[in-house]
Design a binder for this molecule. Sequence first.
Ligand code: ZN
Length: 307
Amino acid sequence: MDIKSLLLEKAQVEYASWSHECDAVTVLGENPPRVFVKSDLHLLRERFTLAHEYAHIQLPWHVGTVNCHIDTTSEEYSVAAVAGSQEREANEFASRLLVPDRWISPMAGSLTSFERPAMQGMLDALACAEVSAHAGLIALSRHLLPGHAFFIDQNFAISRGTSWPGRAPLTDGEIEQYLERSVTVEEFTHQGRNIFWALTTEPSEPRFIVQKNPDDDRTPHQVLIACCTRIFGEGFAKSKAMSINGVVGGMINDSDLHWHESAIISVVRQRIEAKDDLKDVLTDHDFAIYLEKKAQTIVQKRSGPSQ
Ligand SMILES: [Zn+2]
């Protein structure tokens, strides 16, 4: 991403040096907007700063003169919080601009094996985006299934639904404890930095071999109701099926992540496993068929002509 040219199309950019802790100042009230960038920034930090200032210009509700200190180590940046301050929004925008979803999502989605060579390949590709190692790992984490945690010095990046390691900066002890609790841990050198990759849940079990019965023309919903009736009894079947639909519904909202069928199945299984009131359904022999049929529907819908 040639962020500098992009910014120059929209703003007047000047480099200057100053001593206070501020990476850039953007004056949004002027036309074109003026951006002052601290002149001695490290290359990757400069790229991120330019993308961050570009965000302030492009997001129409950002106004005034903004003083930006791009702190990629803060939790504000590590965590996509619901409510957004301008700084957090600009960081998220910058991250998605420099590590575009449509570039990284298919790569991360095809990461079916949770083994070292696959992750090494992913990291090598990530380095091409020319963002800091931490910023890149945060972007990658957005596209991984629950259970992935990366540690880089005292900072971390985790995928959604992964257990929280604590407040950054983490102590060595906190990181050690987290790694000890993890199922697998791998160490990498990434962009010259030492990082740890931890999986906090079992890698998803191999896909159930679903006997495809060509005569089985039941809808996913019909299969689900049948499972829930067997496991929870007729009286509860409908309400339990609705709760399960809610879990799967969350996946459909994430459909821009381009997860393939087995990834969808594995994440739905993980989410249901975490719910004590629903997890018994996983023991039903037809539930794998429901998941398979449902995942197919999601993938088909996504590739449909409406999008
Ligand atoms: Zn800013």
